[in-house]
Design a protein around this ligand. Structure first.
Ligand code: SR1
Ligand code: MG
Length: 389
């Protein structure tokens, strides 16, 4: 029987699973600060050994019990972590145990690292973040694609990772609601004129519809599905990707786009002189992604992998997608449901300035995505500082 854990019940579960020695003195704390789940940190006070027990709630915590949500996402998450671990074990937490009925995943405690979003807000730069995320995305994308795995086996994985309820959240919150006057939207009253302009922008809506269609239909690779900076633990040396409950087979550029968008939102929260590390991360992620993917391409058994230009086409599509998806995510984190602390923690005047900038930037990323190189993203940030520029 499913029941939400309490701190005491989380300890009882850890004992029952025998994850600590018999003389362990266990403490438990609920530390979840995300939108959807309970997260318990269990520590053996005698040795300082620790684990994380993550449990899905049957509703979206960010909204409340009025928004029911499938518990199956816990199974998707543990299966995605295990699948990613088979390609990039150094970039994901170890999974010790999972239980479909209780909707729990028991995993490695990464508390020695920082949530990348919080670290970036505090001015940390995480020098290896882009190298690691570029490699993470390239390897998980290649090895789960029709170019890197048996194509019949891939079809089974597409079925296994069919994740309709969580995808619907993204379809609504990222690709639809922010572009219409929808009651999930949430923005400062001072932004109303800017937002209404967006809702009347036919060019923007037509391009966003194309991106939404890609998200709905293009089963390229197994995606993390929610690769924002709150889904990444980091230090100067290490990077770990967590929380793949939104995992599904989707367009190759989606995870990159989410990551780029959240780096851009952090850049917009900073003074202009402090933005360079974020732009460098975006360009380096792309560079590492393309180089790693191209190296792996030589392993492909797909006959067309040897055809001139096919790899270039895939990489080219990935960039156009990533830039467009980044634009959608920038807009939704600004005026939709589930904002980012990078912008929301700014004092009002700076916040309004940054959010207006984000709306202009998001629009241009979407509308101009077909003609931008990766280093144009930084230029676009500069060009959209002021209205009519
Ligand atoms: C109702 S869930 C809101 C958001 O939180 C997750 O992290 C996803 O980004 C989702 O869109
Ligand atoms: Mg999450």
């Amino acid at each position: 029987m499913y029941e939400p854990l309490t701190e005491q019940k989380a300890i009882a579960l850890a004992v029952r699973l025998g994850l600590f020695g018999e003389d362990a003195l266990l403490s438990s704390e609920e530390i979840g600060d995300g939108n959807l789940n309970l997260v318990f940190r269990i520590v053996n006070e005698r040795t300082n050994d620790s684990i994380i027990i993550k449990q899905a709630l049957p509703y979206a915590k960010v909204v409340g019990e009025s928004w029911p949500l499938t518990l199956k996402r816990a199974t998707i998450e543990s299966q995605a972590l295990r699948t990613f671990a088979s390609y990039v074990p150094h970039y994901v937490p170890k999974v010790y145990y999972s239980d479909e009925t209780l909707a729990i995943t028991v995993m490695e405690d990464l508390s020695h690292l920082h949530i990348a979003r919080r670290g970036l807000i505090e001015g940390k730069t995480f020098p290896r973040l882009s190298e690691h995320i570029g490699e993470f995305v390239a390897k998980t994308a290649f090895y789960t694609s029709d170019f890197g795995m048996n194509q019949q086996q891939k079809k089974k994985l597409v079925q296994q990772f069919t994740n309709p309820e969580l995808c619907k959240i993204t379809e609504d919150l990222v690709f639809t609601d922010p572009f219409f006057d929808h009651d999930t939207n949430n923005f400062e009253t001072e932004l109303r004129a800017d937002v209404e302009q967006l809702w009347q922008d036919d060019v923007l809506q037509r391009e966003t519809a194309k991106l939404k269609r890609l998200f709905l239909t293009k089963a390229d690779v197994l995606l993390h599905g929610d690769l924002h900076t709150g889904s990444i633990f980091a230090s100067d040396e290490e990077t770990k990707v967590i929380d793949p409950e939104f995992a599904f087979y989707g367009p190759i550029g989606f995870d990159l786009g989410q990551f780029f968008a959240n780096l851009l939102l952090n850049a917009l929260s900073r003074h202009e002189r402090d933005r360079e590390p974020l732009f460098a991360h975006i360009e380096n992620t792309w560079d590492v992604f393309t180089r790693t993917f191209a190296e792996l391409w030589r392993e492909s058994n797909e006959p067309y992998a040897r055809t001139s230009g096919v790899l270039d086409d895939i990489i080219g599509d990935a960039l156009v997608e990533a830039i467009g998806f980044a634009g959608c995510e920038v807009i939704r984190r600004t005026i939709g449901l589930a904002h980012v602390a990078d912008l929301d923690e700014l004092p009002l005047e700076r916040r309004l300035h940054a959010k207006r900038h984000a709306l202009r930037l998001g629009r241009e990323l979407i509308v101009q995505r077909n003609k931008l190189a990766i280093d144009d993203v930084k230029k676009l940030v500069q060009q959209t500082v002021h209205v009519n520029s």
